[in-house]
Design a protein around this ligand. Structure first.
Ligand code: ADP
Length: 543
């Protein structure tokens, strides 16, 4: 084979931030701080402080491939860690503070984290778990001297700003193999122990390029991007890399994720581009509706992590004129696999037809390959009807888990996602369920997502989850768990009647229970495993 004669420059995360500093140096980074105020910085300053932080890490004894953990909101100091840790050859491990403390301990010990950087919000949490974190040597509170606690049980608690300040801005980022590990993120472990996904510099850069494309996140130097999706989960869907890559202004919401705070930040900073899971947007839309507000700058929102209810899609697109891009991904996919964008041919379609395409999870990002397979692993046709398990492969798809004891994550070179999907002739993928959420009733599989979507299109329903519960005759039957909107007075009969004309008789939920809240998982998605546990001994009404 004749080799090409092009340079073999490794794809390095540090190049993203140096590019942003040089070409978009004065482009702003605005952060809502835990300290309470709004902090303004820019890419030039971010790169400078990341270089200084890299010096501080070296002084703390952090070496190549060491894991440096964070427990932090979306903010500029977290960004600095993203670039300083990976850029200097160590591995940034974003811990999810919403996990149970026992799980955090398990994960940090499994990762063998050497240092832990955390926001003041999480000091009480860190104090609770510190004694059990066996490998952590350095504890750093991400604040300045004025905000350090007077008293803490953590011995030798360091102050972030004091570590950064004395460092010289002289660091040259090292160049090394682009396949070196850069970041580590654990899946939330809804099934079994959490699993560590270890991203490389190469996978991160390729994912960032693909995410920025026009038919994906469509980010550019014109944009003001606000990722609500946390930096402690799957790299905020890559927005924290894509924004510096393209020179978009970045707005980081810190701990204030309620509808009102988000709306105010959107308007004040003229956000054009937002990203988050459906439950977050529910809070935002409720606030906007209740106060008769409009979005003056928001152009596009990326919604993923869970299926977008069609009522939400319609609200953004039709009521507020905001373009929705529905995406699918998972921690193991860096995390984005597909995103929804219409094709030229859809211009001729009716608004309803266009919404139907947008409701699907979208087309695969170029670079990744998808297929759906039947129970025997045979590929199913792309006809929009044949549902099977979704498999993925590509340079930003995991091939194994960190320190995995069991072999054989891949099947014939493909990653089995555990999701059930169809793909149509145009390449649009539709997730019909997670395989473990499917409901098997009388030999027929029911999609819990479809039932939830119908329930949530009812004007009085705020949130709905559908789970399979054991049934003496039908194996399992769908139970619908509903949270009503404030002041709504729905009855079981009304909801069931609402379903009747919309689905086959056996898909109509067997029963409805009303609850005050549906448990949410650490990434803001409905926690169906918990609901299943809660309703394990549920008795169906007689008759
Ligand atoms: P976990 O939810 O277990 O913490 P991830 O955040 O990696 O882990 O979630 C990945 C899963 O989320 C996917 O396998 C899929 O089941 C679900 N998911 C992600 N995006 C969507 C979407 N747009 N529609 C439906 N399900 C989605």
């Amino acid at each position: 084979m004749l080799n090409g004669l092009m340079m073999q420059t490794p794809l390095m995360i540090s190049t993203l931030i140096e590019h942003a500093a040089r070409h978009h140096g004065d482009t702003e980074i605005v952060s809502q701080r835990v300290e309470g105020d709004l902090h303004r910085s820019n890419y030039r300053e971010l790169a400078c402080r990341a270089r200084k932080l890299a010096g501080a890490l070296r002084d703390l004894g952090v070496r190549e491939s060491d894991r440096v953990a964070t427990l932090a909101w979306n903010g500029y100091r977290h960004m600095e860690l993203y670039y300083a840790v990976s850029g200097s050859g160590a591995v940034l491990h974003t811990l999810n503070p919403r996990l149970h403390p026992d799980q955090i301990v398990w994960i940090a010990n499994h990762a063998e984290d050497q240092a832990l950087f955390f926001d003041a919000t999480f000091l009480p949490l860190v104090e609770t778990v510190a004694a059990r974190l066996k490998t952590v040597r350095s504890w750093v509170l991400m604040t300045d001297r004025g905000h350090m606690p007077a008293k803490t049980s953590i011995a030798n608690l360091l102050c972030y700003e004091e570590l950064v300040a004395p460092q010289a801005d002289a660091c040259e980022w090292p160049m090394f193999d682009e396949n070196a590990a850069a970041t580590l993120c654990y899946t939330s472990g809804t099934t079994g122990d959490p699993k560590g996904v270890l991203y490389s510099h190469r996978s991160t850069l390729l994912h960032s390029y693909a995410v920025s494309l026009p038919d994906a996140a469509c980010l550019s130097a014109h944009d003001v991007a606000l990722p609500v999706v946390p930096m402690f989960h799957a790299n905020a869907w890559g927005i924290v890399y894509a924004a510096p890559l393209v020179g978009a202004k970045l707005v980081l919401p810190g701990p204030r994720l309620d509808g009102q705070s988000l709306y105010e930040l959107f308007e004040r900073e003229q956000v054009t581009h937002a990203s988050g899971v459906p439950t977050v947007w529910q809070g935002l839309l409720a606030h906007v509706r209740a106060h008769g507000l409009r979005f003056s700058s928001l152009r596009r929102t990326l919604i993923g992590g869970a299926a977008i209810p069609s009522s939400m899609l319609r609200a953004f697109e039709v009521d507020y004129g905001v373009d929705v891009s529905h995406g699918w991904g998972m921690t193991e996919m860096s995390p984005v696999g597909t995103m929804g964008a219409l094709k030229r041919k859809h211009a001729a379609d009716s608004p309803e037809q266009r919404l139907a395409v947008k409701a699907k999870q979208g087309r695969v990002l170029p670079g990744v390959d998808l297929k759906v397979v039947d129970g025997d692993g045979r590929e199913l046709p792309w006809d929009g009807k044949s549902a099977g398990e979704l498999y993925a492969r590509g340079p930003w798809v995991a091939r194994d888990y960190f320190k995995n004891q069991r072999s054989g994550v891949l099947r014939d070179g493909w990653f089995p996602t555990g999701d059930v999907a169809t793909i149509d002739a145009d390449g649009y993928m539709l997730i019909t369920d997670r395989s473990k959420d499917l409901i098997k009733s009388g030999g027929e599989w029911s999609s819990s997502i479809e039932i939830e979507d119908i329930a949530m299109s009812h004007p009085a329903v705020a949130m709905a989850a559908c789970i399979g519960v054991r049934h003496p005759k039908w194996d399992e039957r769908p139970l619908l768990v509903v949270v009503q909107k404030p002041d709504a007075r729905l009855t079981r009969a009304e909801i069931l009647a609402y379903f009747a004309p919309k689905v086959a008789k056996w898909q109509v939920p067997e029963d409805v229970v009303f609850v005050d809240a549906i448990p949410l998982g650490p990434t803001g998605k409905m926690l169906k495993s918990k609901l299943r546990q809660q309703f394990r001994d549920y008795r169906w009404p007689a008759g």
